[in-house]
Write a protein that binds this ligand. Structure first.
Ligand SMILES: *Cc1c(COP(=O)(O)O)cnc(C)c1O
Length: 384
């Protein structure tokens, strides 16, 4: 193996430009650092970005989903349908509002909820569907909303990873029911931590505002009151300023990510990994924002485990992640009756998926290096 002097390549790294850093310094010096004018500006620009729909910004993309469920009227005893291949918060918020998560297996090609299995999971208790757009690839949005309408179900989109994605030329978030997007540090657009809810009307936006801060309806001056059980979910102005600087670059970020994803497909062509049937994502350059580039290891054809594979990648200077193990096998969900074998495609992907480096400050040389490292590992396997 040749030693390289390349710096270690992490699987993700945020790009914060100088203008944003200066903007943050200005906010810090302004005398108002928590929710205020920057938050208002962030909401105004987000609303414009989502075609003028009402939005509310929050301090995470988890509380946005929980509040989205509350606004949709999801309550104790209701069922909410989602996918087992997602960040665990998608299912946790369903439990948080007292409802029951119902999982539908994934389509192994798109790695998203299999819409062909969706209708048979609907029962008289089903209240809502929470689709997830893994790695930024949306589900068939026409089909999703057709099914939702036919069964009179609400949709709370976990579009946490999908800012910049679209469906048939329309931005994700600019249409549909309630959309939740995350601005966690690893997402395509970040406010360090944060999230946004895209809503249908002013009543929902007002309710979202109340849930965001203790259900307060009036300030102290007017005789304080609160009328719903809200929480503490407001976004600081420092975070909002970071989000603003990021949102203004979303088109460039998405373009760059699509370029890098294309470079991955090119680099994998004809190599040892391809010959051993490594699983590649759907080559979609219209809809996906390429939040992640994920491979699925053909573990039945390898003599190494995923952990060993990732360790060898690391030795070659390449970071990687796992997004995500099938969550119905976590203790919290096993205790609720979920077992191995219930969602075989999700379990197989969850055990074999690896997220490769993809961030805007990478270049195609970095991509070639990653794929070179993978091919070298696979070449050893072929000769083993
Ligand atoms: C990031 C993410 C979330 C949660 O977002 P936070 O802002 O970290 O709370 C939810 N669902 C998915 C699919 C995510 O990737």
């Amino acid at each position: 193996m040749t030693q390289t002097s390349r710096p270690f390549l992490p699987f993700v790294r945020p790009e914060i430009d100088e203008k944003t850093i200066q903007g943050v310094a200005d906010v810090l010096g302004s005398g108002w650092i928590t929710t205020g004018p920057q938050n208002q500006q962030f909401e105004a620009e987000l609303s414009a970005y989502f075609g003028g729909r009402p939005v509310r910004a929050f301090n995470s993309g988890t509380c946005t989903m929980e509040i989205g469920l509350r606004i949709a009227g999801v309550d104790a005893g209701d069922e909410v349908i989602t996918t087992p291949v997602t960040w665990v918060s998608t299912a946790n918020v369903i439990l948080e509002v007292g409802a029951t998560p119902v999982f539908v297996d994934i389509d192994p090609v798109t790695r998203n909820m299999d819409l062909n299995l969706l209708e048979r999971a609907i029962t008289p208790r089903t209240k809502a569907i929470m689709p997830v757009y893994l790695a930024g690839l949306p589900v068939d949005m026409d089909r999703l909303y057709e099914i939702a309408r036919a069964h009179k179900l609400r949709v709370i989109e976990d579009a946490a990873q999908a800012i910049g994605s679209s469906w048939r030329g329309k931005r994700i978030g600019s249409f549909g029911d309630i959309i939740s997007i995350s601005f966690h540090a690893n997402k395509n657009v970040t406010s360090i931590e944060g999230g946004v809810l895209v809503l249908n009307n002013d009543d929902e936006a007002e309710l979202a505002r109340k849930y965001r801060l203790q259900g307060i309806t009036r300030t102290g001056m007017d005789g304080m009151d609160c009328d719903v059980l809200g929480g503490k979910y407001n976004l600081t102005d420092v975070a909002a300023r970071v989000g603003l600087g990021q949102l203004r670059q979303v088109e460039r970020f998405t373009q760059k990510r699509r370029e890098l994803a294309r470079a991955y497909f090119e680099a994998f062509k004809g190599g040892a990994a391809e010959k051993l049937d490594i699983g590649l994502p759907v080559a979609d350059f219209e809809n996906s924002n390429w939040h992640m580039f994920q491979i699925a290891l053909p573990l039945d054809r390898l003599t190494l485990t995923r952990a060993q594979f990732m360790e060898q990648l690391k030795e070659r200077g390449v970071g990687a992640g796992v997004h995500y193990p099938a969550l119905h096998l976590f203790t919290l969900y096993r205790e609720r009756g979920f077992r191995e074998g219930m969602f075989p495609h999700a379990e197989k992907l969850g055990a074999s998926t690896v997220t490769l480096p993809l961030f805007t400050q990478m270049n195609t040389d970095d991509v070639a290096h990653v794929v070179g490292a993978i091919d070298a590992i696979f070449e050893q396997q072929r000769n083993a």
